[in-house]
Design a protein around this ligand. Structure first.
Ligand code: ADP
Length: 160
């Protein structure tokens, strides 16, 4: 049985992330979507909000679960007997960053493989940060995030 881990900030989750989750869940027996908690980073949504939103959206896939982690992702993988780290690749910039990260993780944990999944072409330009900026200036993001996420962003911008 192969357990994979898909780590990220998911601030917030987008259709691009969900596409990778769906595809990874059909390749591996179990998939843990791990929400990064990095005290040095400023997030738009709290970790609780990011987890709740993800849990809601991944409940359609039986073998996907959501967790949080505030340390090295390979430590999470080892703790949960996961042997694969999944990363989505949108472009050469992602590749260059992710390749270095994969090499670093490999030196730390030789038994854990990183598997890159190329982004679905219609989601090539989708990123959580671009979405937040777009909403801030009144842009339409309905093709980029599920309706519940769009309203959560609008609500957060309005009420803080
Ligand atoms: P980070 O916090 O590392 O910048 P995110 O939390 O945004 O990353 O994303 C987690 C993972 O999802 C990364 O592997 C990233 O490349 C991938 N990802 C983000 N957006 C997309 C997308 N539109 N299509 C495919 N993969 C994506």
């Amino acid at each position: 049985m192969i357990t994979a881990v898909f780590p990220g900030s998911f601030d917030p989750v987008t259709y691009g992330h969900l596409n990778i989750i769906e595809r990874a869940s059909s390749i591996f027996d179990k998939l843990h979507v791990v929400v990064a908690v990095n005290k040095g980073k400023n997030y738009f949504f709290s970790v609780e909000d990011r987890v709740t939103m993800l849990q809601d959206l991944v409940s359609q896939w039986q073998n996907v679960q959501v967790a949080t982690w505030d340390s090295l992702i390979i430590d999470y993988a080892n703790k949960h007997n996961a042997s694969v780290l999944v990363r989505g690749i949108r472009n050469i910039t992602d590749f260059s960053y992710e390749f270095d990260l994969a090499l670093m993780n490999r030196t730390l944990a030789t038994k854990i493989e990183t598997v890159f999944i190329p982004a679905e072409p219609r989601y090539f330009t989708l990123s959580s940060s671009a979405i937040k900026e777009l909403v801030y200036f009144g842009g339409n993001i309905s093709e980029m995030v599920p309706p519940g996420i769009e309203s959560a962003i609008l609500n957060k911008l309005k009420n803080g």
